[in-house]
Design a protein around this ligand. Structure first.
Ligand code: HEC
Length: 481
C-alpha cells in the first residue's frame, strides 16, 4: 500500500521510491540465487508486506499467514488466488490507466510470478536464516493510528460507543449517529482514519462515515474496508468543515462471526494548521449516479438485465469548470464486474459516440470488481487526474448476470435496479476539487516543472506525475496514462 508501490511498475512510468509515506520497506530481492524462490527469502517478505495486513491471528482474513507452517498448507490456493488477482483485494486493471494510488496493495507481475514458481517448485521453506524479522504485530492497529507515523497524534478522536452484536443471524447494518463537537472556527480536514476492536475487525465488512453540518459540507469523509482505513489529502488540499452543529453518521456493515461481542468504532481526524489553510478545497465523497435520474441528466433508472445476459451503462458529465479528482470508489452490487472512469478531451466531446472506435482515455478501470470489497482508490498527489473545463467524464459500468460471474445468484432471473445486494446498482463515488482557471494553470505548471525535473533523477527517486493531454509533449516517458 501507501509505500510499497511504484517500484514494481515496469513501464516508463516512475516512482515514489525512497522512504515513501509511511516509511515501510519495499519488497526486494524476490528470487533466490538458483532461481527457485523459497519461503524464507522470497515469500515471507510478501506475506509480511501485503497479506498479513489481514491474514494474521484475529485479522480480517480467515487464516493466518505468519509462519511457514501456517502458509504451507494453503500454498496451492494462494497460487490460484494471486494468479487471478483475487487476493490481495484490489480491482484496478494494471494494464491501463493511472497506476499510482496511495492505498495500492496489489502485487506486481514479478511478485505473482515468484509465488507461482514457488508453489510449482513444491513450496520449499529455504534457509530460515533468510527470514525477515518477525512482524506479526505490525498490522495490529489496536495500539495506535497508522497515520500517526506521518501526521503525529490526531487532533480529534470520536467514538461510536458500544455496539452489541449477536453470535449469529443475518448481517447487521447498525446506523450509529453521534453529535459533532462544534469547532471554534472552520477547519480544513487533512486526514481521517477509522479503527475498531480486533473482534470487530473480523466481522466488519465496511464502515463509511459521513458528516452532516448545518453550515456544510454534508457527505462521506472517510470509509474503511478491504484493508483500507484512512483517507489522507496532500498538503495543498482539504475538505473545509464549517463549525457545526451537526452529526457524524456511521454506516457499519457486519457479518456475524459465531460469537457474541461488543464492538466500538473510532474515527481520528487531523486538520491542516489554522495558519496554513490549503489552497485547494475538496468535496467530501459524492455520488455520481450511472443508473438513476438526476435533474438535467439524461439517464433514467433503467437497469434491466435479462437472464444469462449482460448490460453496459454509460453516463457522460461535461465539466463546466476544471477539476482535480482525489479519489474514486465504484459501487455496484453482485452483478457488477467492472467500472471505469474515462475522460473525453474537450475537442472530441462533440464527436463522441460511445462506440469503441472513439474511446475515452481511461483514468481508472476497475476490471476485477467484487461486491464484497468496497475499495476507494485514492490517487497519489501528482497523479490526481487534472481535467480542463469542457472535458467530459465518461462513467462506464459492466453488469453480468451470467454463470461467468461467480457472484451471480440466479442467472435464470431478470435483474432490475434496487437496493438489495441481489438487485443491481451502479454508482461512482468521487471526491473532487473544483478549480478556478488560475488554480488549474497553477497546478499544471507545477506538474510540468516536476515532470521536467524527473528527467535528471534516478528512477527510484522519481514521483508519478499525470498530465492532461496537450501538456505531455516531450514528457511522455515520465507520464503514465
Ligand atoms: C484486505 C484484507 C486482505 C488482504 C490484504 C489479503 N487477504 Fe486473503 N482473504 C481476505 C479475506 C477477508 C478472505 C476471505 C473472503 C474472500 O475469500 O474474499 C481471504 C481469503 C483468502 C484465501 C482463501 C480463498 C478461499 O477461497 O477460501 C487465500 C488463499 C488468500 N486470501 C490469500 C491471500 C494472499 C496470498 C494475500 C497476499 C498476497 C492475501 N490473501 C491478502 C482478506 C485479505
Amino acid at each position: 500500500m501507501i509505500d510499497r508501490m511504484r517500484d514494481r511498475r515496469c513501464s516508463g512510468f516512475v516512482t515514489v521510491g525512497a522512504g515513501a509515506v509511511l516509511g515501510l520497506a519495499a519488497v526486494s530481492g524476490l528470487q533466490a540465487q538458483d532461481g527457485t524462490p523459497t519461503y524464507a527469502k522470497d515469500i515471507a517478505p510478501i506475506m509480511q508486506e501485503v497479506c498479513m495486513r489481514c491474514h494474521v491471528e484475529g485479522g480480517l482474513g480467515p487464516m493466518a499467514f505468519s509462519s511457514y507452517e501456517e502458509v504451507r498448507p494453503w500454498a496451492p490456493m494462494i497460487k490460484q488466488e494471486v494468479a487471478i488477482r483475487h487476493m490481495p483485494p484490489w480491482g484496478v486493471d494494471p494494464t491501463v490507466g493511472i497506476q499510482s494510488y496511495k492505498n495500492d496493495i496489489s502485487l506486481s507481475e514479478e511478485e505473482i510470478d515468484t509465488i507461482v514458481r514457488w508453489v510449482d517448485a513444491g513450496a520449499p521453506e529455504g534457509d530460515p536464516a533468510d527470514l525477515p524479522p518477525a512482524s506479526s504485530d505490525r498490522w495490529d492497529r489496536t495500539q495506535g493510528w497508522e497515520l500517526e507515523q506521518v501526521l503525529g497524534p490526531p487532533d480529534m478522536v470520536i467514538s461510536t460507543g458500544p455496539i452489541a452484536l449477536p453470535a449469529s443471524g443475518q448481517d447487521r447494518w447498525p446506523n450509529v449517529r453521534v453529535e459533532w463537537p462544534t469547532l471554534d472556527e472552520p477547519r480544513y480536514l487533512r486526514a481521517a482514519e477509522l479503527r475498531n476492536t480486533p473482534l470487530g475487525r473480523r466481522a466488519l465488512h465496511h464502515n463509511n462515515v459521513s458528516l452532516r453540518l448545518e453550515d456544510g459540507p454534508s457527505g462521506r469523509i472517510v470509509g474503511a474496508g478491504a484493508g483500507k482505513s484512512w483517507d489522507l489529502f496532500p498538503e495543498n488540499t482539504g475538505i473545509l468543515l464549517g463549525t457545526g452543529p451537526g452529526e457524524l453518521s456511521w454506516g457499519l456493515h457486519y457479518a456475524l462471526i459465531g460469537q457474541e461481542f461488543v464492538d466500538e468504532a473510532e474515527i481520528a481526524l487531523w486538520y491542516h494548521p489554522k495558519d496554513r489553510p490549503p489552497p485547494f478545497e475538496s468535496t467530501s465523497e459524492y455520488h455520481q449516479l450511472i443508473d438513476q435520474f438526476t435533474e438535467g441528466e439524461p439517464r433514467a433508472r433503467d437497469i434491466l438485465i435479462p437472464p444469462h445476459g449482460t448490460q453496459t451503462l454509460l453516463r457522460v458529465v461535461v465539466l463546466d469548470q476544471p477539476i482535480m479528482i482525489n479519489s474514486v470508489r465504484p459501487h455496484m452490487h453482485l452483478q457488477g464486474v467492472g467500472q471505469s472512469i474515462e475522460v473525453i478531451w474537450p475537442e472530441r466531446v462533440d464527436d463522441f459516440t460511445g462506440h469503441p472506435s472513439s474511446p475515452g482515455e481511461v483514468l481508472t478501470s476497475v476490471n476485477t470488481y467484487d461486491h464484497n470489497w468496497q475499495i476507494s482508490y485514492s490517487y497519489e498527489d501528482h497523479a490526481r487526474p487534472l481535467l480542463p473545463k469542457g472535458a467530459a467524464l465518461l462513467l462506464r459500468t459492466q453488469l453480468d448476470n451470467t454463470v461467468n460471474n461467480p457472484l451471480s445468484v440466479d442467472p435464470d432471473q431478470w435483474v432490475a435496479f434496487g437496493g438489495r445486494s441481489v438487485d443491481a446498482m451502479s454508482h461512482m463515488h468521487m471526491a473532487v476539487s473544483y478549480l478556478s482557471e488560475e488554480q488549474y494553470q497553477e497546478i499544471l505548471s507545477e506538474r510540468i516543472r516536476l515532470a521536467e525535473e524527473q528527467i535528471a533523477k534516478p528512477a527510484e527517486t522519481r514521483v508519478d506525475i499525470w498530465l492532461p493531454e496537450g501538456a505531455r509533449e516531450g514528457l511522455d516517458e515520465y507520464v503514465r496514462r
